[in-house]
Design a protein around this ligand. Sequence first.
Ligand code: ATP
Ligand code: MG
Length: 872
Amino acid sequence: MTANEIRESFKSFFREKGHQIVPSAPMVIKDDPTLMFTNAGMNQFKDIILGNRPATHTRVADSQKCLRVSGKHNDLEEVGHDTYHHTMFEMLGNWSFGDYFKKEAIDWAWEYLVDVLKLNPDRLYATVFEGYAPEGLERDNEAAAYWEKHLPASHIINGNRHDNFWEMGDTGPCGPCSEIHIDLRPEEERKAVDGASLVNKDNPLVIEIWNLVFMQYNRKADGSLEPLPAKVIDTGMGFERLCMALQGKTSNYDTDVFTPIIDVIAGLTDLKYGVDAKTDIAMRVVADHLRTIAFSIADSQLPSNAKAGYVIRRILRRAVRYAYTFLNRKEAFLYRLVDCLVEQMGESYPELKAQKELIKKVIKEEEESFLRTLDNGIKLLDTLMAKAKAEGTTTLSGKDAFTLYDTYGFPLDLTELILRENGMDLDQKEFDSEMQKQKERARNAASVETGDWVVVRPGEQEFVGYDLQQCDTDILRYRKVKQKGKEYYQIILSRTPFYAEMGGQVGDRGSLISESGETIEIFDTKRENNIGVHLSHRLPTNPGESFTATIDCGARAATSANHSATHLLHEALREVLGTHVEQKGSFVSPNVLRFDFSHFQKVTPEELRKVEHIVNARIRKAMPLEEAREMPIDEARKMGAMALFGEKYGDKVRVVKYGSSVELCGGTHVCNTGNIGMVRILSESSIAAGIRRIEAVTAAGVEDLLDDFQDTMKDVCAFLGNSSNIRAAVEKTIKENAELHKQAEEFLAERTRNLSADVLQNATEVNGVTVCRLSGPRMPEVVKNVAFNIRKDSPIHTVFIGTTMSGDKPLLTLMISDDLVKQGLNASQIIREAAKLIKGGGGGQPFFAQAGGKDADGLSAASDKILELLKI
Ligand code: ATP
Ligand code: MG
C-alpha cells in the first residue's frame, strides 16, 4: 500500500464504524496563549473535551498535521539522528466524546491493524497502566482484560505513570492509556532477544505506533482527581511509522513518504543515501525539516525572531547547518526541494500547492541570510581562536561560544567542529552555565501562575456581542493570575457582550456594574479554549450579585470600522495586484489597522491610490453587512469565501459579506460600510520575503489625519505670506534660496582670496622664513582656505599661523611649507603642544593642523609657543 492509500484506509475503516471524518486543523495555532503548534490530534477538540463546546458528532476520526518542536513535546534533537521521530508528522486518530469507551477503542485498533492491514499479531505488544498507589489508582485491569482477548499475557506489559498515564496539562482531563508497540526486528534477532523486554527501551525497531488514551478523570489545581462526567477516547497513531511497518521497512525515511525527497537531495548534492552515517543524518534532517518549514509558511507562520516564527527559523537554520556541514551546501538549496514536496503532498494539502512560489521565496531568502551569518560567525570564530592561542590556551571560553550562539545565531556544534579541526576545544561547563542563565531569564519572563477557578455558579458562557453592547449577566467563575510580578483576575461571565481577542482583533474593554452599584473595570478580554476571559484588577465585593456588563462602545465602533475595512482592502488588493494576494496576518485595534499579505514587490503609489479609491467607493455605496453565523463550511466555500484553508472541523463558520467581499471571520463588523467613513493608507512596507504590510486608518482616524494635515498646510501658507498658490510659492522659495546660497559662496571665495593676499603681503621674515598671520573672528573654513591659498602662492620657506576666534571659541591653525616639513617640522605635533595653552586639543598632518580650545586668553601665548617650537 502506498502512503496515500494507507491514510485513506484508516479513514474509511473508522467511517464504517460510524465516525465523522474531519479535516486536519492548522498546524500553527493562532489564538491559544498556551500552545503554539498542534502537537497531537486532540488539540483541536480541546474545547469539546473540556465541555466548552458541544460535540457535533460523538465519533470523529482524522489525520492531523502535528509538530513537536517546543514545549511539552519536543523531539527536535532526535530528528535525523533516529529514523522514527519527525518534527512534523501526521497523526491518525479516532475519538469518542462520551460515546464508546475502552472496549471498542481496543477492539477496533486490533481489528484495523491485524484484520484489515494484516500486521503480524505476533509482533505486537500492548502496554497497560500499572497503577499508582499514592493517588489511589489501581492497575487498568479493564483495558488489560480487553487486550487478553487478542494477545497472550506475555505481550501485555505493565507501564508506569510516566508512560501510561496521560494528562492534558497540570490540570484538566486525564486518564490511563494503552500503547501498541511493534517489533520490526529480523526473525533471528527476535528469537535471540524477547521483544517484550525491548518495549519502551528506545530500540529503533521496537517502537510505539499507536496510543489509546482513556480520559476518565479531571485533575484539579490542588492535584486531586475527580471523575470526568463524559468519558473521552483519544487515540493517536504515527502515520509515517505505520507506513514503515506496512511497507516492510526499518526506517520511516525508506517509505514513499520520504524517498522522493531524499532522491532529489541525493541528486542535487551528488551524494548517495545509505553510504555514510553522517551524510544520512543530514539528508534526513533536510527531508524532515523541509516539510515543517513549508507547511508552516503555508499556515501563514513565517520565520521571524519571536515566538512561533522563531521556532520555525531555528528549524530552518538547523537544516541549513546540516546541509552546510555534511552535504557541503554553501549556497541556498532547500528551496529547490519545494517542487518535489508539493508534487508529493499538494493533492492532500492544497494550501501547499496554492502558495508554492511564496514558500520558495521565503525559504531562499532565509537560507541566504543565515549563510551570511555562518560566514560572519566563522570569521568571528577565527579571531576568537587567534586570541585564545595568543593567550596560550587551546580552550575557547564558554562565554565566547555562547555569544556566538546567542547573539550571532551561530550553532554550537559548528563551533565545536571548527574548534576540533583547529586542535582546540571549548569550556563546555561555562557554556552550559550561560545557557542555564539564559533559560532562567526566559522562564521568569514567561511564567504565569494561575490559581484555582472559584466557581460562583455552574453554567456555560453565551456571547451576545455581535448584537448587544450591554447585557445583564452573572459571574460563573473567577481566578487570580500572577504574571511578571503583576496580579490580576480572570472572570468568566454567563452572558457577555465583550469580544475576546482573536484573529488579530483586540479584545473589548468596558465595565461590570453590580446591582448594588459597584463598578469593576474590565481592561481587556482574552480567549482561552474558546471562551471569553475578562481581565480586571480587582474583584467585586460580592461576586454572587447580578451585574450589567457594558463595553466601551466608542473603542468597539472604531475597531469594527477598522476590521470591516481590512476585508474591503483585502478584496481591492486582489483586484489591483492579482489573486496571488493572500492575507498573511492582521491587527485591528481602535486606532489603526494593519494588513499583511503576500506580494512580491513594492506596491507602487499609483496602485495604493487605486486600492484606496476602490475601497472608498465601496464605503460610499453604504453596503449593508450580510452575515451568516452558522453556515456549514461547504456552503461558505460555494459562496467563494476567502481564507478557507485549515478551518476547524465541525465549526459552522461565520460568513461576513459586504457586496462581493465574502470572508470567514469571527470578528465584529460595522452594520453598513458607510460607517467606515473613509480609509486612508498610512504606509506600505516589506516585513519579510514576499510579504507586504499596509497600515491604514478609518473613520475618526482619517478625520484626525486630515485635521493635522490641514493645520500643517495652514502654517506653511502663513509662512509663505498666504500665497494663493502654495506649490509655486514653495518652488520659488527653494529656487531663491539656492541662488542666494550660490552667491554667498562666491562672495566668500572672493573674500578669502583677498584676505590671503593681504595676509601674505603683511607677512614678516624671520630667519629667512616667511611668517604669515591671521587673527580676529573668522569662520574656520575661511581660515583653512587662506592657509591653503598661501601654501599655493608661497610654496617654500613659509609658515602660516592662525589665532582666530570662531564665535567664542579660540582656534589655532598651523601650515608649514613642504621643504620645512622635510627638515623635520611637524604641524600636528606642534599644534598639540600649543593647544594646551588654550585648554584644547587637535591635530592633523605634518604640513597642516588645527586645534580648538576653551580659553581665548591663551591665544597669544599659544602663538609664541608655536614660534618657539618652529625654532625660527
Ligand atoms: P515516542 O515515545 O515514540 O516519542 P510518544 O509517547 O511521544 O512516542 P504519543 O504522544 O503517544 O507518542 O503520540 C502518538 C503516536 O504518534 C505515537 O504512538 C507515535 O506513533 C507517533 N509519534 C509521536 N511522536 C512522533 C514523532 N516525533 N514523529 C513521528 N511520529 C510520532
Ligand atoms: Mg515522544
